[in-house]
Design a protein around this ligand. Structure first.
Ligand SMILES: C[S@@+](CC[C@H](N)C(=O)[O-])C[C@H]1O[C@@H](n2cnc3c(N)ncnc32)[C@H](O)[C@@H]1O
Length: 250
C-alpha cells in the first residue's frame, strides 16, 4: 500500500506536532507528584519520539511502549533508544491507536501528544481507558478552540481542515462522561508552537512543494499547513494546544 503523503511531509521535521520538553515535563509533574513516578507508560502516536525520550529522562524507573502507525517514525525512535542508552526500557510497536495489541489494564500512564483528535478525542479516551490500570492516568495534548466565537477566517479554515475541533470545556465534559477525573490542564504558549513546529515546517514548505510537485493530495496538505501557520500568526488567541491530564478512579 502506498504511503499517504502526510507521513512524508511530517517526516521532514524533527517534531511531528507542537510541544517541547518543558511542557512534557509540566504535564508529567502533575502525574508524578501523585503517583511518585515509575510504572508502565504507553506513548501513543509517538512520531519520531521526542516526547518518548523526554518521558524516559523524566521517569528513570518507567518502562515505555512507544506506538505509531508509521514504521519509519518508529525506526527513528529505535535509533534514539540506542543513542540514549534506553534499550530494555523503551520498545516500539507499530499499531493503530484504535486497534492496540495490549491487554486490558496494562498501563499506568497513557501519553498522547498531538494525536488523539486523529480518531476523535471522545473515541480515543473511551477506547484507551480500558488499557489503563485503576488509578492510572491519561495525558492528551491536542488542538482546541480557545473561544466560542472565532473570527470568520479561522472558523472557515477549521470547518474545512478540522471540523471536529472542540472547545476545552467540551473536552472536560468528555472526560467526565468517560468516568475519568480531571487532574489538571494548561495551554501551550503560542511561542512554543512557532519554535517547535510551525517555524521548522515553514522552512520546509518550498522544498516540500518541489518534492511533491506532481502529487495533488500532498500539495493540498502543504497548502493547508501554510494557511494554518498564517492563521495562527494572526489569531494566536483563538485556538491552540491544551494539555489535559485525567485519572481513572481507583
Ligand atoms: C501530530 S503527530 C504527533 C507526534 C508526536 N506525538 C509529537 O507530538 O511530536 C501524530 C502522530 O500520530 C501518528 N498516527 C496517525 N494516525 C495514526 C493511527 N491511526 N494510529 C497510530 N498513530 C497514528 C502519526 O504517524 C504521527 O506520528
Amino acid at each position: 500500500m502506498e504511503t499517504h503523503p502526510i507521513f512524508k511531509i511530517f517526516d521532514s521535521v524533527p517534531r511531528q506536532g507542537a510541544g517541547d520538553d518543558e511542557h512534557t515535563g509540566k504535564a508529567f509533574s502533575l502525574i508524578a507528584e501523585q503517583r511518585k513516578g515509575g510504572g508502565e507508560i504507553l506513548d501513543v502516536g509517538c512520531g519520531k519520539g521526542v516526547q518518548t525520550m523526554a518521558l524516559a529522562r523524566l521517569c528513570p524507573s518507567c518502562r515505555i511502549v512507544a506506538t505509531d502507525i508509521y514504521q519509519p517514525f518508529l525506526d527513528a525512535v529505535d535509533e534514539k533508544i540506542v543513542a540514549g542508552g534506553f534499550s530494555g526500557r523503551i520498545k516500539t510497536v507499530c499499531a493503530s491507536m484504535d486497534d492496540l495489541p495490549f491487554g486490558e489494564e496494562s498501563f499506568d500512564i497513557i501519553w498522547a501528544e498531538g494525536c488523539s483528535s486523529i480518531i476523535g478525542i471522545e473515541k480515543a479516551v473511551l477506547y484507551w481507558k480500558k488499557f489503563l490500570k485503576q488509578g492510572g492516568y491519561i495525558m492528551i495534548s491536542d488542538i482546541f478552540w480557545f473561544t466560542e466565537s472565532p473570527s470568520d477566517e479561522v472558523r472557515k479554515f477549521f470547518a474545512e481542515f478540522h471540523p471536529t475541533m472542540m472547545t476545552e470545556e467540551k473536552g472536560f465534559e468528555i472526560i467526565q462522561k468517560a468516568g475519568l477525573e480531571k487532574v489538571g490542564s494548561f495551554r501551550l504558549p503560542s511561542s512554543v508552537w512557532e519554535e517547535s513546529f510551525y517555524g521548522t515546517l515553514r522552512g520546509k514548505f518550498k522544498e516540500l512543494e518541489e518534492e511533491f510537485a506532481d502529487d495533488e493530495t500532498a500539495l493540498m496538505i502543504i497548502g493547508g499547513l501554510k494557511r494554518q501557520t498564517k492563521i495562527f500568526e494572526k489569531y494566536p488567541d483563538e485556538f491552540g494546544n491544551t494539555y489535559l491530564i485525567m485519572k481513572k478512579p481507583l
